[in-house]
Ligand binder design. Structure first.
Ligand code: ZN
Ligand code: ZN
Length: 114
């Protein structure tokens, strides 16, 4: 069990839920769905100001430590900062390639987020 790693145990000390599906843009840790929602609720105004969105990005468990993820609209976001809406290179293994830096990431969707 690794705490705060993608797909593993939630980073919050008092929580042992799996899988961690939310990436905290401030700390780089990963949280379970319920803690992600709570953090987003608690930090709504600041996150809106800083990132024009949520503090914890929920929806995807990447297979790398780097925060490549898909947002709710299916848009791919690369750790290099680029984002695009092109689909996966390989729909079966869900491999996405960044159009900006060319690196490929495997990302897994999570259903029923809301
Ligand atoms: Zn949690
Ligand atoms: Zn990139």
């Amino acid at each position: 069990m690794a705490k705060g790693e993608p797909g593993d145990v939630c980073a919050r000390t008092a929580c042992d839920r799996k899988p961690a599906v939310g990436f905290n843009r401030s700390t780089g840790d990963w949280y379970c769905l319920s803690c992600s929602r709570r953090l987003n609720e608690e930090n709504k105004e600041e996150a809106q100001r800083l990132w024009d969105g949520d503090l914890v990005i929920v929806g995807i468990v990447p297979f790398t430590k780097e925060p490549a993820f898909l947002d709710e609209n299916g848009k791919f976001h690369c750790p290099c900062g680029a984002s695009h809406s092109r689909g996966p290179l390989d729909p079966l293994s869900k491999v996405y390639r960044c159009l900006h830096c060319g690196k490929a990431y495997r990302v897994e969707g999570v259903v029923e987020l809301r």
